[in-house]
Ligand binder design. Structure first.
Ligand SMILES: Nc1ncnc2c1ncn2[C@@H]1O[C@H](COP(=O)(O)OP(=O)(O)OP(=O)(O)O)[C@@H](O)[C@H]1O
Length: 261
């Protein structure tokens, strides 16, 4: 079964009267159930907009998106049962402790208090969240720690589709690896994963397929290892970063570096 089927999706933002931004421009792609699917693209290329469309937070101007066969506009209520989205703005209650935030979410998802405590402790140790600090209010947490709490929240339940908008931005290298392990674990347990990232190593290691978007349009979709292999025919030491730069039209060899002194 398809986890996501997007067909000719366009989302336009109006800045001023005649100034239109095609944040997502006639995009079609499919994500198979069970995949870890990465969205890559420069700043402002439309990654977050696309994730917000899939998670029913925005309505497309044209085209359709189905999540496990349900239309994100006409059957938004059904779609919301399948998904959980994590984004950079952590969306936590700042005055409440991490525990309280997680218990609150667990309650919404119908976990008993006992189940919730067990789950929270398990996930906290998996992502290296200091247990001693779980009772501190979120506003006293660093950005990375807040990010970890919002990731922990996503793993309290087993969503059919996990939408992770730059889940590891701002995390230290160890925390990144811990989150990667958690993503793999959730995937093994049955969650399909869609994640956006600026970390090419992360995408290369984690994703079954990646999609690079540029100015709201898809420029390439494929297995990252295969994309790199193909690129090595042109550049011997190509990495996914080379693929990214090639497809998004950036060429650093053309940048003049001014020498000072
Ligand atoms: N609510 C909005 N109103 C107006 N323009 C918007 C809105 N949201 C996004 N945009 C514009 O749509 C385009 C795509 O933005 P989006 O946030 O989807 O990019 P992104 O690829 O997620 O970027 P980043 O990597 O910087 O997070 C940008 O030009 C952005 O300014």
């Amino acid at each position: 079964m398809l986890a996501i089927k997007a067909l000719n999706v366009t989302k336009v933002f109006r800045r001023e009267k005649n100034d239109l931004i095609y944040a997502v421009n006639n995009v079609s792609f499919e994500v198979e159930e069970g995949e870890i699917f990465g969205i890559l693209g420069p700043n402002g290329s439309g990654k977050s907009t696309l994730i917000r469309l899939i998670s029913t937070l925005l309505i497309p101007d044209s085209g359709t998106i189905e999540v496990f066969g349900k239309d994100v506009v006409k059957e938004a209520h059904e779609v919301r049962k399948y998904i959980h989205r994590v984004s950079a703005e952590a969306g936590l209650f700042k005055k409440l402790s991490a525990y309280e935030n997680l218990l609150f979410s667990a309650g919404i998802y119908g976990l008993s208090k006992k189940e919730a405590y067990e789950k929270i402790n398990e996930i906290a140790s998996l992502i290296g969240l200091d247990k001693k600090r779980l009772n501190d209010p979120i506003e006293q947490f660093s950005r990375g720690m807040q990010q970890k709490v919002s990731i922990a929240r996503a793993f309290l339940t087993q969503p059919k589709l996990l939408l992770l908008d730059e889940p590891t931005t701002g995390l230290d290298p160890r925390a990144k690896l811990e989150v990667h392990a958690l993503i793999r674990k959730a995937n093994k347990q049955g969650s399909t994963i869609l994640l956006s990232t600026h970390d090419m190593n992360e995408a290369y290691e984690l994703c079954d397929r990646v999609m690079i978007i540029f100015n709201g349009r898809i420029v390439v979709i494929g297995d990252p290892k295969e994309l790199v292999r193909n690129m090595r025919e042109k550049y011997q030491d190509a990495t996914l970063e080379t693929v990214f730069l090639e497809y998004t039209g950036y060429d650093f060899s053309e940048v003049d570096v001014e020498e000072v002194g």
